[in-house]
Design a protein around this ligand. Structure first.
Ligand code: NAG
Ligand code: NAG
Length: 297
């Protein structure tokens, strides 16, 4: 992984310098407009929309943008990915074909509503290499705050051999162990008779995600998650899994339930709960945790 320290540093400076505090005008000095970042400061859990309002309040500084593109361009010269991933050899030819120099030329010319939008484009552009080595991160945005749903999903095979997307059977146990201080908020946001019954969602079959086949969401995530050349491996990133670490088994929430950026506010799931024939559509709120220790990232 390449951490572009220079680019990250300039953006940090941008955050400091961006808050000039006062605006001078011919008639005198008056306070600047309210800073949307104050709404998230000091809170442990915030709505993703509130964090997004903070992130998107920073306009693109043309000088810093040019610096980021320049540093990335010069750093990429050390990577074979630039040439190799133009058209990856078999068996990944169909999966990777990214022309980074053309991308950087496009990004240089493109206008962005905010510095955050520029960041998302830079990050996804480098992720499309799908090589797990050459990535672009900005410590101001990526995983500075983590965004969660209490319903990680898995792919389960039933007794007839059919595979379906399900809310992980262990979802409630994991969510209540990891997010004990937030679980009531999720519980109370569930609709109607499901209010307070988050545990009853564990294991439910997921028929639709946001009104579409669950694999539409799986495949859309595979396009932006990066890290692995094979499409099937990137599909797996959507789902929760376990990882063997020094301290024992670690639970991985998967890209559906854990996001590094606050881009969505809720997920609508059409589900069939365990031992039920009823099809229910629920909306689960997504929350961003701002106090994640470095260890948890
Ligand atoms: C990236 O570097 C190459 C080689 O020096 C140069 O030709 C190209 O114009 C640069 N691209 C951008 C967007 O600055
Ligand atoms: C579903 O039904 C089976 C068989 O009756 C039972 O063993 C199981 O505990 C039930 N599961 C839930 C979540 O209700």
């Amino acid at each position: 992984m390449v951490s572009l320290a220079a680019a990250a540093l300039t953006v940090l400076l941008h955050f400091v310098n961006g808050d000039k505090g006062i605006i001078r005008s011919p008639s005198g000095i008056f306070p600047r407009a309210a800073d949307p970042c104050t709404a998230v400061a000091g809170q442990k859990w915030v709505a993703p929309s509130a964090l997004r309002a903070c992130f998107t309040s920073f306009k693109v500084d043309p000088e810093i943008k040019a610096n980021i593109v320049d540093v990335v361009n010069k750093t990429l010269a050390f990577h074979t990915s630039v040439n190799y991933e133009l058209l990856a050899p078999e068996p990944f030819t169909a999966d990777v074909h990214e022309d980074l120099l053309a991308d950087l030329a496009r990004i240089s010319k493109q206008e962005y509503p905010s510095d955050f939008d520029l960041h998302v484009d830079m990050s996804r552009t480098l992720k499309r290499l799908n090589d797990g080595h050459c990535v672009y991160t900005n410590a101001c945005y990526d995983s500075a705050f983590l965004t969660f749903l209490p319903t990680p999903v898995v792919l389960l095979t039933d007794s007839s051999g059919a595979q379906n997307v399900h809310i992980a059977p262990e979802a409630f146990a994991v969510a209540s162990a990891e997010f004990s201080d937030e679980i009531d908020v999720w519980q109370n946001a569930l609709p109607g008779a499901l209010k307070g019954e988050l545990s009853s969602l564990s294991g439910a079959k997921v028929l639709f995600i946001n009104g579409a086949d669950p694999f539409d969401a799986v495949d859309a995530n595979a396009q932006i998650t990066g890290s692995f050349q094979g499409f099937g491996t990137r599909q797996n990133s959507f789902f929760s899994s376990y990882n063997r670490a020094d301290a024992g088994w670690m639970y991985i929430m998967g890209n559906f339930a854990q996001m590094s950026l606050p881009l969505a506010d809720s997920a609508t799931l059409t589900i069939q709960r365990v031992n039920s024939t009823e099809v229910e559509t629920i909306t689960v709120n997504i929350w961003t945790c701002t106090h994640i220790s470095a260890h948890d990232r």
